[in-house]
Design a binder for this molecule. Sequence first.
Ligand code: HEC
Length: 272
Amino acid sequence: MSQPKVPIRRNEGLDQGETIDVAEIHVAVIREKPEPKEGFEPLNLWIVAGIAGLLFWGGSYLTAYSGRFEADEFSELQHGRPVAVAAVAEDPLAKVKREGMVTFNGICAACHNEDGAGKAGVAPTLAGSDIVNAAGPNRLIRIVRHGLKGPVVVNASVTWNPSGDPSVVMGSQWDAIGASEAKLAAVLTYIRTSWGNTGSAVTPQEVSSVLAETKARSTDDNWTMEELSKIPVSGSGASAAAPSELTPEQLKEKLKALPADKLQELLKDVAK
Ligand code: HEC
């Protein structure tokens, strides 16, 4: 059985065997716009406005803070070059006090406490002590060099170890501070100028001259306040080198400059 020969018609309406024109009935579909597909929707205008706003803000921010896009704008150096700054000289007293504090906290604070207030039953207060605030460091240098025993009148309201308990002593701290005149001067400067104390700074020269006077003393031979009270609080004691260089006029000026209570104390000492 063979197919009848029917000529195939192209673009002429119905195809062979068709009863309806498929192209004809799809005309409406072809004419309409295509269905929107995912990925091709128009952008939401709010997003467009938002991005425009961000761009505007970014531009204004850069205008204000870009540092003109110069690499060295935020450098510590002015336009990349070092700025001449006057060297700040360190206050020499502050330096000595700092060194004294290191010695104090390392050695003395074990008994006298870091705030200098002392510890009950261990050691008396250095804050507000008349011995520490005395016009000169003569006795202080001796106390640290050779130690102290017996009763101590610290100030008008504190008498330490009134019974003179022999087990309550401060031994020589000379070796503990490294047997250094500079360190002794620094630690005394620190205690005389801290915690409300009003003493003057202590120089290594003062330490040196007092140590020369106590050379003969044995390190274990602790001072008593009775002995110390016979030693002038300031000046270099017996040798009196520095004060003798003053004219009587200068000495008078110096004495006048002292606070009244210190002057009284000094005059009492001199009268002894
Ligand atoms: C082991 C404990 C101890 C240490 C460490 C010590 N002290 Fe003392 N200190 C004492 C005692 C205890 C007394 C009272 C001694 C007495 O009873 O006679 C005293 C008394 C003193 C006094 C006279 C009293 C007063 O309150 O003003 C001074 C000043 C002093 N010490 C300074 C120092 C300094 C400065 C150092 C560090 C270099 C030091 N001490 C380290 C225990 C200590």
